[in-house]
Each structure stands twice: as C-alpha cells, then as structure tokens.
Design a binder for this molecule. Structure first.
Ligand SMILES: [Zn+2]
Ligand SMILES: [Zn+2]
Length: 286
C-alpha cells in the first residue's frame, strides 16, 4: 500500500465521530443505496469521511449463496472486472465529492476462511484499496451472521466449541497479512446471544488471548461496529470487556463503522462510539 493509502496512520481522524468506516452500498447483495446516495447522505449528516466496504465473499463452497456483487441493479458473479467496477465507482465519488469536504475511501469487507487464504492473497494484492477489512462471517461454510443459517450451525455446537472455533479462525485471519483491520470482533453475538444466552458475553475469556496477540503482532487494528445496537444488543461490537482486553494487549481501535446496509443507517451511533473509544479506550485506562 502506498503511503497516502493508509488511513490507519491517522487514527484520531477515524475515531472522531465524523468518520464512518464500514458502509455497504448496493454492490453488496444484502444492501441498498448507491455510492452517490450514501455520499449525499454523508454530507447531509456532516460526516467528514466515508469508507465503502462492500462484501467480498469468495468461498467456492458458497458460490450459489453469496459469491455476488450487484452492478447496474443486477446480481453478478464476482470477477476481478466486477470488483474493479466497484473500485472505479467509489474512486469517481472520491473526485466528485472532494470539493464538498467529504473524503471518500474505497475498501472491501473480505470474508476470511483458512482454505481460501491463498486465493485472497492473489486477488487482494492486485486491488487498489484504501482499507481492507477482514471478517469472520462463516464457520464450516455456514454463515453465523445470517439468521437463515446461524441456528443450524449453533444446533451442532456447544457454546465453547463455537467460540473456540471462531477465535481459531479469527487468529488465522489476523495473522494472514491480508487486512488493515478486523470487523465486529465479537459479532458472533448477533444471533448467538439469542441462542446461547448471556454466557456468550464471557465466552471469549478462554480463547481470545491468541487472537489479540496476533492482531498486535501483525499490526492489525479493530473497529468499533455500531450495528450491534440496531440488533437489540446493549453493547457495540466489541463489548467493553473485550475492548479493555484489547487495550491491555496493545491492540488499536482504528475505526468506527455503522455497518450500514441502507442509507438511513449511515453514521448511526458513531458519535457515541467515538466518545466511548476516546474516553474508555485511549484516555481513561492507561
Ligand atoms: Zn460483517
Ligand atoms: Zn459489514
């Protein structure tokens, strides 16, 4: 990555409450709202920075389910050309909105799985991205963050088995060298809280240490993701307890994201997350 392409160098800008670094335009299969519509909304909200992070899901075993991007209103199988089209579209917006004071960044939220790490390396090294966000959405090729699939997975696993496997894969992702930051660290709460109950809030204790060490060792950051609030969770992803463990391990919160999948959700709760991160993460606990 070129020097000007590393937004993480200026962390204070990204956690200022005016920067939304996790946004899904309609290139994502499960999102609506064009790049332009989001940028206009960002200006209306007084945001200074927006980073688009459309989904890049490339597990061949899930080809029928989520190996798509939406272009010109139609879902198309992901190819390098399609990804480039997305990048070009966001870069166009970058130019278009620069005079309005809105900085536009192009990123991808890449679904990581160990068996596709090599392929991801090949693809991502050829892309001109500002920000590469890693995510664990799937375990054993099953989406633990989709209500239609998560419960099938949960029924086969004890809480301990599930969380152990999650952090095993998360640690590999953090060590892969592919990502600037990891998305929604304990995003497994999304449906897991409902299925396993409150024990899930502390289930990380046994397994999170190697994951945090891997983040620190590889200089990979984490985000605070406010979508949790819109899913009925009290705490953002990650929870305060995990934030405090991350801080102790020397891991940095490098961005805040709404994880908006529709224009109305852009920037939701990011100011609150920003003050949480500043007070709780960077100032109070020293
Ligand atoms: Zn995600
Ligand atoms: Zn997302």
């Amino acid at each position: 990555m070129g020097e000007e392409k590393q937004p993480m160098d200026k962390i204070e800008d990204l956690i200022d409450g005016y920067s939304d670094f996790h946004v899904h335009p309609d290139y994502s299969k499960d999102a609506c709202g064009s790049v332009d519509e989001y940028c206009q909304k960002a200006i209306e909200l007084g945001l200074k920075r927006i980073c688009f992070t459309t989904h890049y899901d490339a597990d061949p075993e899930r080809k029928e389910i989520d190996y798509f991007m939406r272009v010109d209103g139609k879902l198309k199988v992901i190819t390098p050309k399609i990804v480039q089209r997305y990048i070009d579209d966001v870069k166009e917006a970058k130019k278009k909105y620069s005079s309005s004071g809105l900085e536009v960044f192009v990123g991808l939220e890449v679904d990581y799985a160990p068996h596709i790490e090599k392929d991801l390396k090949g693809v991502l090294s050829g892309l001109d991205l500002d920000y590469t966000l890693g995510a664990i959405h799937c375990l054993d090729h099953t989406a633990i963050t989709a209500s239609s699939e998560a419960y099938k997975y949960f029924q086969k696993k004890t809480l301990k088995e599930f969380i152990r496997e999650y952090y095993r894969v998360f640690t590999l992702a953090s060590s892969s060298g592919l990502f600037d930051s990891m998305a929604h660290l304990d995003g497994y709460r999304k449906y897991g809280l409902d299925f396993y109950g409150k024990d899930i809030m502390v289930a990380h204790r046994e397994f999170i240490e190697p994951a945090l060490e891997a983040l620190k060792r590889n200089n990979v950051g984490i985000e605070v993701n406010t979508q949790a609030r819109r899913r009925g969770q009290n705490e953002f992803y990650p929870s305060r307890e995990i934030l405090s463990l991350a801080k102790k391990a020397g891991v940095k919160v490098v961005a805040i994201g709404s994880d908006a999948h529709r224009v109305e959700d852009l920037g939701k709760d990011i100011k609150e997350a920003a003050s949480l991160v500043k007070d709780f993460f960077y100032l109070k606990i020293k």
